[in-house]
Ligand binder design. Sequence first.
Ligand code: PEP
Ligand code: MG
Length: 757
Amino acid sequence: MLTQLKRIVQELNKIPTLDESTAWLVKRLAEVMQVDCCTVYLADYKLQQFTLMATEGLSKQAVGSVFIGFNEGLIGLVGQREEPINIEDAQSHPRFKHYPEVQEEKYYAFLGVPIIHQRKVLGVITVQQEEQRRFSEDEEAFLTTLAAQMALEVVHTQARGGLHSNEQKQLKQQHRTLRGVPGSSGLAIGIGYVPNARPTISNMILRRSADTDRQIFDFRAAVKLTREEVDNFSEKMKNDVAEDVLAIFQLYHHLLDANSLGNEVEEKINAGWDAISALKIVVDHYSSQFRDMNDPYMKERAVDVEDLGNRLLVHLLRGQMSESKRPDEFILIADEVTASMLAEYSESQLKAVISMRGSSNSHAAILARGMGLPAIMGLSDVPLAMLDGKLILFDGYSGELVISPSESVHREFAHLVAEEQELSSIIAEQAMLPAVTPDDCAIELFINTGLSTDIELGEGSEGIGLYRTEIPFMLRERFPSETEQYKIYRSMLEAYSTKLVTMRSLDVGGDKPLPYFPIVEENPFLGWRGIRLTLDHPEIFLIQIRAMLRASIGLNNLQIMLPMITSVDEVIESNRLIKQAYYEVKEEAQSAGLALVKPKVGVMLEVPAVIYQLPLLVDKVDFFSVGSNDLTQYLLAVDRNNAQVADLYDSYHPAVLNALKHIVEQANALSIPISLCGELAGDPGGALLLMAMGYRQLSMNSHNLQKIKWVIRSVPLDSAKMLLNRVLLQTNPADVKQEISLLLESQGLGGLVRAGK
Ligand code: PEP
Ligand code: MG
């Protein structure tokens, strides 16, 4: 049975439209289960009814024309009960309803199983038989397993837009909505542009050539042109992106070197291939090697090799191809958006980015955020051609796209875009004013950073509340040396020389693996992460702390923060190592006639255990900073990266809010300065609640800073406190958000509700 099930599911996945796949499925199931009849019904929530989608055994005329209300008949009962219903004689069941069109008079045995995805009934699948009998437990289990697979198929097909094959024919003119992963926030309207007019290495056919000299000459010329092209990009991007991202271009240079990829291509040419074929063989070989690696970072390098191969190919094909038509302004769409692709177009041309592959943490998303460009990732089931040349409404907040919108939807969305722009300019006007409420409560706003591009964006802030040092570690191919780290930290501390910079020690592990330091764990978020890892490797910790301390000499604006603290002993051990590094660097500084000031050391409050040990930390730390992202994940036992439980991950959960309130009250009672640096601080409602709880320092993504400042300047502390009182009576996050929306709207800040999502 299991093999049959697997085979059915595999076949099913290959069929693009739902009416074709259900028709195939019912036929196949009737054979495999040896039943007389098999039928699939799909739910239509707008009309509150099930539609008969496909059948083997009932009248074919009924397909698409029989509708059963959610409360009607046995099909409705399966949907209502959300469980299988197995009946020996369906016709004598009180809920049996006779639909003459389906012609089921001869069937008695009935088994109906709901098709459910994430608690929602999407349809019902039934098998029927002339004989009066109960279906066996095995049959019931088989159909239930298949229905669960079918649910995924329905969801995926709907996402691909392939509900009906006849609908697909009209697709070109039709408005449709798609959903991906939000990569970078912002709204945009533009024409989709897929730069796929370029030939790709993967489409080239292998050919032999006897003219080896000519092929080598052409290849070297292509390398030279590609090298210049890469230089131009990196030069152009130098001021826009972090130094680390530019390392990708250095990798290109390295690959182009005569003794790297270049050498291998020439070897293949000497073996009788033409230049394009030789290039294809080498690129395919390397990219499949990278793709087969377990390490996610190394897997990503396959894209770089292919991108470089395609660039070389364009030069090799010079004169044989025409430039593809490109709108003046467009939404860039690619299977996998690469750094060099973004560099190729000016910021005025690019309205937004759609990357079919990747997630909110992939390079393209990091880069898009750094460039302030809206981005949506991970639309993997959608064919690129479906978006090319189409008018697209783009919502980077929700990850939603509307393709070929109707005029009314387009008009409506244009209003939202205009509102967003208007709101941004109003917010920007107040950017340099202090964050003080109308009733005089001052809040210090800091920014979270990790990319050097954020340096200018920190204007109007009190400094850096969280510098995620892991990002420079993640974008390298080995641990950065003390000197390399020193340079990065120094430039950050210098850029903020009059303000505080809180640098967090390396917080890798969990969802942030280092490419060159693989950690294989069943449960990485509960594993070797943050301070646990660095305390096990004091050499890594000491080098980092030394680099930070050296970088702070003469500037004295550094604070050190420790992530993932669970036990007091971890703090004692960290302090011991920090002290050791301090004395070493101090001595070195003194011998050079310089003075080192000891920085303040604080801990992140993000593991629930530490909440119950705050009094024990009083004499060991200088400050606390709450990491609400992890605190939410650990308090609610919900993996922050798992899309399956994404609906359960919510910092507005009453338990999280109560914990946050308890933390700030304790910290204040203990007289330890406290801030909060999770995403909640950059959310308008979150910032208000935190302020009402007693937080006076908030640190957030630089793009949210102005917005939060505006909220604080608009809402009195008293109103925020009343909001908090109401919120603490709610039992679920949705009701909390409802209260927040009401307050924001009453204060004329309704426009922020979208941005606050
Ligand atoms: C947090 O956990 O809230 C936090 C700020 O750190 P990170 O998101 O880097 O884990
Ligand atoms: Mg954290």
